[in-house]
Design a protein around this ligand. Sequence first.
Ligand SMILES: NC(=O)C1=CN([C@@H]2O[C@H](COP(=O)(O)OP(=O)(O)OC[C@H]3O[C@@H](n4cnc5c(N)ncnc54)[C@H](O)[C@@H]3O)[C@@H](O)[C@H]2O)[C@H](O)CC1
Ligand code: K
Length: 522
Amino acid sequence: MRLVYAREMQTLDRFTIEEFGIPGLILMENAGRGTAELIVERFSHVLPQGALIICGPGNNGGDGFVIARHLFQKGFPVKIFCLAPTEKFKGDALINLQIVKKMKLPLFFVDSDISTLRQEIKACGLIVDAIFGTGLTREVGGHFAAAIEAINQSEKPVIAVDIPSGLSADSGKPLGIAVKATLTATMALPKIGQVIYPGRYYVGELKVVDISMPKTVIEELAPKRFLLDESWASKNIKPREPESHKGTYGHVAVLAGSRGKTGAAILTCRGALRGGAGLVTLVCPKSLNHIYEIALTEAMTYPLEHETEINSLSYRAFDEIISFCQGKKAASIGPGLGLHQETFELVHRLVARLDIPMVIDADAISALAGELFHLRRAQAPRILTPHPGELARLLDISIEEIKKNRLEIARLAAKETESIIVLKGAATVVVSPDGREAVNYSGNPGLATGGTGDVLTGLITALLAQGYEPFIAACLGVYLHGLSGDILAKRKGPFGFVAEEVAEALPNAIKETIMRKKLGSL
Ligand SMILES: NC(=O)C1=CN([C@@H]2O[C@H](COP(=O)(O)OP(=O)(O)OC[C@H]3O[C@@H](n4cnc5c(N)ncnc54)[C@H](O)[C@@H]3O)[C@@H](O)[C@H]2O)[C@H](O)CC1
Ligand SMILES: [K+]
């Protein structure tokens, strides 16, 4: 599903109305009817106590009038509270206000004194928040803020129309105050601010309402920005053909590990194996080989003579590594690699010269700080998987700057490095230099434990080795990795599971996603 900013949504809206001639009133009717049907489906147990629809002055309020009308038609008691006088309403919203007036639905107008509204909030079964949608332009104040505060204190089920009122559809931050919804019924497409933090806290469960915006409008005009959820993943995962063998799924080379950090190499191999690579070989310093021979069963090792005094790989092994990688389908480099100058020199040369797709993580990202031109000389796709600290070092900016707008900075990084950027965190974003981007919707804080990044690196490399197009490999890896964490959070608990288990749960995540694909095709 595509992800949009408010202004992009408004353009799609306008195009639908002006180019396809679908009147805004039809869109509003579909928006309101679809939301009313969702409310009946999910909240019929509290509807008999009455639905309280709170409307703002714009088309979001207009949606609210349509919802009230449809709930009334289905026999449920409704009460409509308008936070603006009739003369403030225009266009489709005004038309729907006049309809509910003619139908004599219970309709009240409030301004500064919201005492009546407070009483109704206490007495109702559920609240429909139709105050502001994508037209929110400034900090919420006055009686609008008081109403939102009363809604949040009510502990009633709250259905946000299009977006929780007060939440910025773009930044995902509240403009002063925002409704904390139980469920958000968003029109046509999810908005960026709903799927990143803190927006996700305010949205509750997110459901998309089809308002009959023509598919071609979305496919041709909507930005190539994707929400990585189970529907996206089930469309992009490829089930296996019966006539296949290890070679079909590629041989992954892992360049990782050094003294004291052998676990990172082992976890990367585990991620690659559980991610479906046909074969995995760990290229390692000879002095550590005996450790890996014991720790790794399904993965092979390729021990190298040349190593540094901290038992890390050295550029002196460059030629040998290049010849070993002939015929391999993809490589991981970085986890636990060490920060030795000779290792950094090796990273520079391999990133520029190794002509197979490569996932660059951890110490290999640190090696590229101030050396981005090696990436620009790359002869095959590069995927970088930094956490905010690593990206801050790579771009020589502060972590605060990254936290302020993760997607913006990831775009800058993709451009500067001419590589795909996976900026890990809540929520992980994937940005490609060709303009495609994605926000991950799976995962949870239980994944914030050492080594899960190594598993992700191996997993993405395995997907590259199986022939997934690099941007898809990065997105599918991020999604499956997060889903593994969700499976573990359900099965074991909100945190306390470890990286090894995330690798082990990958087959379950793959199964769930493929099952969903099969169901989707039924
Ligand atoms: N395809 C679709 O997505 C459709 C969406 N619909 C609904 O329309 C709204 C957007 O409507 P719009 O009139 O542009 O704005 P809002 O209703 O969100 O409200 C803005 C309204 O309020 C005023 N305002 C803005 N900020 C503040 C503030 N802080 N304090 C006070 N007043 C404020 C502003 O001047 C406007 O008048 C969308 O979200 C959907 O719900 C269509 O119904 C169907 C198609
Ligand atoms: K709203």
